[in-house]
Each structure stands twice: as C-alpha cells, then as structure tokens.
Design a protein around this ligand. Structure first.
Ligand SMILES: *Cc1c(COP(=O)(O)O)cnc(C)c1O
Length: 426
C-alpha cells in the first residue's frame, strides 16, 4: 500500500491531537500538509511519497552532522546490542560529563536528563532552591521548554508579573515570573532595582532561536550577568539550541560570559534524547542526593542516547569543524541576501555559527517587536515555494534554521538557486 502525506495526516489526526506529537510540526503557521518522513541521509530527507528535500530544520537543531551519520549510527547500534537501559550508573555517563564540562568550563558539575524542557525546569528549581527566592525573569520570545513557570507572557504593565501563555497553567505559578523585553538592558536594570532581593535567577537564550534568530547584544547580556552577580541571583544561559551549534564552547564563549547555570540539549544527544544542566559546583551540589532540590529520571543518561551524544561530540571536536560549518552557513545567508537584493523582495538573513535566521523583512530584526513586524504571509508563500522545489525550511516565520556539516557547497548552491526563483515568482 502506498501512502501519501495527506492520507497519513488524516490517519494521524484521527488518533493524535492535531496529528502530531509536537505542535509546530502540524504546519498550522504556514498552512498545508506536513511531510511524513521515511528516512534521512546527510543533508536530505525523503517523505512518504518518495520526494527528496534538502533539510534546514535538522530535527530542530540536533542533526549538526547531517542525518544518519555513519559514526553515530554505529555507536548507537553497538550500545543497543549491550542493552537499552539499566537504571544504574554507566561509564558512558562519566565520559560524556567529562567531555561536555571540558568544552564548557563554566559547567563545573553537570547532571544529564532527557529533554531541554526537563533541564530548564530543573535549572529554575535549582536557582530557587539555592537562593531561597521565588521570582525569576525571562524574556519575551525566548523559549525554555514547556514547564509551567516558563509558559508566561508579559503582564499588562511594565514590570508587572506575567500571565500564563497556555491554558492549564495556574496564574499563581506564573505570578513569580517577570517577562521583560529581550535586548533591553534598561528594563533589566529597572527590574533589579525594584525586585533585586527577590529574584532567584534570570534565564535567557543568549542567541535567541525561538523567535527566528535574534542575537543578544553584548550590552544586554553583560548587564544581565553583572546584575545577577550584584543581587545574588543566578545567571542562567539556556544553550539548548546554541550549545555546540554557534561555537564549540557555546554562545557563552562568543560573549565571554560565565553563567552560573548552563542548560544544554539538542546537539549533545546527536538526535537522541539527551539534555543537561550544569554550572557552579556550589549551586549544583544543591541537587539531590547531595542537596534538597529534587530531580530524577528513569531514562536519564540512557546508555544508547549517551553513545549517540559521545559520537557526535567526537566529530564536532575535529579541527576546523566550526570554521567550516560557520563558513557554509554564512555562504547560505550571503546568498539569500544577494538573491533578495536582486529580486527586491524584502527578504534578509543572518547567521551565528551553524544557525541562521531567514526573515521576510528587509533587514534582520534586533528585538521581539521587530520579529513580529516581518511579513508572515510573504514568508509562508516563500516557504511553500521552497518546499515544492525540494527545500525543507522550518514551517514557521518564528523559527531559526540549521545548516549541517553535510550541507556541501553544491547542496547550498542548489538551495540558493531555488530561493532566488521562489523570490522571483512571489
Ligand atoms: C528546544 C529548546 C528547549 C526545549 O528542549 P526540548 O528538548 O524540546 O524539551 C529549551 N530551550 C531552548 C532554547 C530550546 O531551543
């Protein structure tokens, strides 16, 4: 029996809410039918109808080596042959802890979990447990997974505490979360002036990748770090997306900032469920069993997942890996900007390391408000023209994109030719 994407989507919707296990996959933002993927290899995906796509989603970030990288697949197969899960410690967990903390030295101690959501949720609990304070600060447009206290939108006035952004989250929980504007150092100063002795921590995506791509300004991130230190709050970098993506040592190495807690995910599992939080030893030792902040996980540090992570981390440490990845991502972005210039279609693009933003706006946005001003309709038309041409971009104007090490010059050139044609035909 042959399947079409449409028939699979119909069948999925009959049993899975919205037909998907994570909402952005449903194509609600761009319209149309999501592609059901059968396999991936290198920079390519194939759907249920046998169509090939050049993939710029990379499973939303983890697939930095491309799909089905032979060394990663072999590591997974070898680990699986020895058993899938023990619920007891294994040497692989020590190895991956040593590798990750070696690459991100601010992580003096590290704990592995299975998802970025879990890691960020635990980081918040740890900041509260360590400081004995309840309030946290996050920034509009930054995403830190779907824990209750982080599903917050800004309150009705400046410096008022947030409202739930999801049904099912009691306002009593989000009233401890202050939502400020990303890249606005002045607001952060004002917030600390007013609430400084109540703030447990500030969590940020140093290069925001969940409102398309908006790099934090140096001034903003430095202010965050300094204010946290001055007021005894913890500076939390959520590097689930940027870790091992924008540079080998994370966004913190690009900014020269040492966060108190770092949250990782995505690339560290190489496509398997691995995430981690780590940071100052005195902070991390508040986690159970040493301290009173509870955290646990049946599949935390799973041996098969850890094997995929270790194999991925071995590849990305090879000399020149990030130079090459950054250069090919920059060549993609430059090509998009050149095509936008020739077609006068008001598109722009920017990159940091191996992640990029592609905007239906004449220049890359520097704030959440500017991201929201982009032409969503135009982006959606462009998205579908690219999909028809065999290029899979993120199905939303508000998501960053990813280039992998398997995206060769010819793959990128093919993409750019498709992009220019798509722009021309808008
Ligand atoms: C993806 C992401 C998360 C959530 O990770 P999951 O593994 O999807 O739970 C958290 N923070 C950031 C910055 C992310 O990009």
């Amino acid at each position: 029996m042959t399947h079409t994407n449409d028939s699979l989507f119909t069948r999925a919707q009959a049993i899975i809410p919205g037909g998907v296990n994570s909402p952005v996959r449903a194509f609600r933002s761009v319209g149309g039918t999501p592609r059901f993927i059968v396999r991936g290899e290198g920079p390519y995906l194939w759907d249920a109808e046998g169509r090939r796509y050049i993939d710029y989603v990379g499973s939303w970030g983890p697939m930095i080596l491309g799909h089905a990288h032979p060394a990663v697949v072999k590591a997974v197969q070898d680990a699986a042959a020895h058993g899938l899960s023990f619920g007891m410690p294994t040497e692989g967990e020590i190895e991956i802890a040593e590798v990750v903390t070696g690459l991100v030295p601010s992580m003096q101690r590290i704990r592995f979990v299975s998802s970025g959501t879990e890691a960020a949720m635990t980081a918040i609990r740890l900041a509260r447990g360590f400081t004995g304070r309840s309030k946290i600060i996050k920034f509009e447009g930054c995403y830190h997974g779907h824990a209750d206290s982080l599903l917050v939108k800004a309150g009705s006035g400046l410096l008022t505490f947030g409202n739930p952004s999801s049904a099912g989250v009691p306002p009593e929980i989000t009233q401890h979360t202050l939502v400020l504007d990303f890249n606005d150092a002045q607001q952060l100063h004002d917030a600390f002036k007013q609430y400084g002795d109540q703030i447990a921590g500030v969590i940020v995506e140093p290069v925001a990748g969940n409102m398309n791509l908006v790099p934090g300004s140096k001034e903003f991130l430095n202010a965050m770090s300094t204010l946290c230190t001055q007021h005894g709050a913890l500076c939390i970098f959520d590097e689930v997306m940027t870790g091992f993506r924008v540079a080998l040592h994370g966004a913190q190495s690009l900014y020269g900032i040492t966060p108190d807690i770092t949250v990782l995910g995505k690339v560290i599992g190489g496509g398997m469920p691995v995430a981690a939080l780590g940071g100052r030893r005195d902070v991390m030792e508040h986690l159970s069993p040493l301290g009173g902040v509870y955290q646990a996980g049946t599949l935390s540090g799973n041996p098969v997942s850890v094997a995929a992570g270790l194999a991925t981390l071995a590849e990305i440490q090879k000399p020149g890996f990030y130079e090459a990845l950054s250069a090919s991502t920059a060549s993609f972005v430059n090509g998009i900007n050149a095509a936008a210039g020739r077609t006068h279609q008001g598109f722009s693009a920017a990159s940091v390391g191996g992640m990029f933003g592609l905007f239906a706006s004449p220049k890359p946005p520097a704030s959440y408000a500017e991201v929201m001003q982009a032409d969503k309709e135009k982006f959606n038309h462009f998205f579908h023209k690219m999909l028809d041409a065999g290029v899979h971009l993120a199905p939303s104007a508000y998501e960053a994109g990813f280039v992998s090490a398997a995206h060769t010059k010819s793959v990128i050139d093919e993409t750019l030719a498709a992009a220019e044609q798509a722009m021309q035909s808008l």
